[in-house]
Design a protein around this ligand. Sequence first.
Ligand code: 5GP
Ligand code: ZN
Length: 147
Amino acid sequence: MSNELDDNCIFCKIIEGKVPSYTIYEDDVVKAFLDISQTTPGHTLVIPKRHIPNIYAYDAKYAGEVFSRIPMIARAVKASNPKIKGLNILNNNGKLASQSVFHSHFHLIPRYTENDGFSMHFTNHNSEYDNAKFTKVMNDIKKHVEK
Ligand code: 5GP
Ligand code: ZN
């Protein structure tokens, strides 16, 4: 896992202070700052201070260090406004999955109402699955699990 920052990466520039950000919290492992788009008020990004492109690139130790900071930042976002009724945490990986900045990040998106600027849609395909199909999908994934 590389420690290098990437000169062409907007989030590396934010880490280095070359691009300003509204920083909520930082330490030697993460930086948390307001997302420029403010999908809902308080929309915050948590990023690792190393240039990690996506979720696949973390080793377990560094993932633990980064992920362990998220609840503390989530509590601060929640406490910032009594109108916040929920919080979606989102991590996009790959262009198809709406990743536009290829430096790993976690969106903390406070939720105010059903029509507050953010939405998700989970389609239910359960009726298309029988035991054999569930088992095949399970095994296709399971055989790649590295411990
Ligand atoms: P993604 O689409 O990769 O999951 O999310 C990237 C996020 O980075 C977007 O929500 C976008 O608004 C945010 N973003 C892109 N450039 C900047 C920037 O220069 N400053 C800040 N604060 N956020 C940015
Ligand atoms: Zn970067």
